[in-house]
Write a protein that binds this ligand. Structure first.
Ligand code: SF4
Length: 333
């Protein structure tokens, strides 16, 4: 159900004269890895490695692994460019993996849930190619549609990323509500970034839902988490070594602000932030995540202790008010 652009991939490899390739696929596409590897080997004669570790986003490029394996090309599926090519000299080919799932039927199903007649419409990279079709369909149904512009990480008009809903926030004053076409992960990310009613149309399972009550529940949960952090004294500030999530300067600034408030903290680094690994730091009361903001927001119950985003800790130390945090949106990298 996804276009893996195999002909383009073979042409890229041949055109660049690459002899050793590392292929990264998101978990949902990993099963395609062995077939892709044999096809590429047969067509190009190149040696192919398929990454067996997670690839959460384009922030998660396996540049170090590619370098260690002496690969001369990294092929990254499922996301578009996030970092500039070759920050360690390894060129990257991005293949978006466009979805072939039908979109119009699920958008039609979502119509009764939509608030108002002026809507903000966005989707993920996988469905961007059908966005004009969706826009036209909605216009024919009497809606005025606004498509957001690019954000810092979402490079295309109409696109949202798990940590970039900047475009939606920008068009918020012009719309009554939002419609997101994609998975729950992107839908709830959007809902947490805006204050207007948000509906999800999910082409993968054909379901539609309003995300407003989920947003309210998560916002309450985040408020409670920040209150716990205000009372705590010992903090672990997590830095990820993933190329697009590595923010040591921000982590050090947070540590300084905590210390100015008479609290103590330690800088922790990890490639993958795993709850079970954090359990080893038994003395720490609260974790602050300076890596992917969705770690803290989506599944806080997976973590043994409260975990805050780097923006939420600003409220806990008194640098921002809760209202200022909501104005900026809960999801930002
Ligand atoms: S930081 Fe998180 S949400 Fe943003 S692209 Fe990476 S994995 Fe996705």
């Amino acid at each position: 159900m996804f276009d893996l652009e195999e002909e383009r991939l073979v042409a890229e490899i041949t055109g660049r004269g690459a002899r050793r390739i590392l292929i990264q696929l998101p978990d949902g596409l990993k099963a395609e890895g062995p077939r892709l590897a044999s096809r590429v080997r047969a067509k190009t004669g190149a040696e192919v490695f398929v990454s067996a570790v997670s690839a959460w986003g384009a922030c998660d490029l396996s540049l170090d692994a590619a370098s260690r394996l002496k690969a001369d090309l990294l092929v990254h599926y499922g996301h578009n460019e996030f970092l500039r090519d070759g920050s360690n000299g390894v060129p990257v080919v991005y293949v978006p993996a466009r979805s072939r799932h039908e979109v119009i039927p699920v958008v039609e199903k979502s119509l009764p849930l939509i608030h108002g007649k002026t809507i903000g419409l966005a989707t993920t990279l996988q469905h961007l190619h059908v966005l004009p079709q969706v826009e036209q369909f909605l216009s024919e149904k009497g809606f005025t549609v606004h498509v957001p512009g690019r954000g810092p990480w979402a490079h295309d008009k109409g696109q949202v990323l798990g940590c970039d809903y900047f475009g939606l926030r920008k068009i918020q004053p012009q719309v009554d509500s939002f419609l997101v076409v994609g998975s729950y992960f992107h839908g709830i990310g959007a809902a947490l970034s805006v204050e207007k009613p948000t509906v999800l149309a999910d082409p993968y399972d054909g379901t539609v839902r309003s995300l407003d009550s989920d947003r309210e529940r998560i916002v309450r949960q985040r408020f409670a988490m920040i209150e716990k952090a205000r009372m705590a004294n010992r903090f672990g500030i997590i830095i990820s070594t993933k190329p697009g999530q590595c923010n040591p300067q921000i982590a050090m600034s947070i540590l300084q602000q905590l210390e100015e408030k008479g609290k103590s903290g330690v800088l922790l680094y990890a490639d993958e932030v795993l709850p079970e690994k954090l359990m080893d730091f038994a003395d720490l009361e609260v974790f602050v995540d300076t890596a992917c903001p969705r770690l803290a927001l989506d599944d806080p119950e997976r973590f043994p202790k409260p975990i805050l985003t780097r923006d939420e800790i600003m409220v806990a130390v008194g640098a921002w008010t809760w209202e200022q945090l909501l104005e900026r949106g809960l999801v930002r990298l």
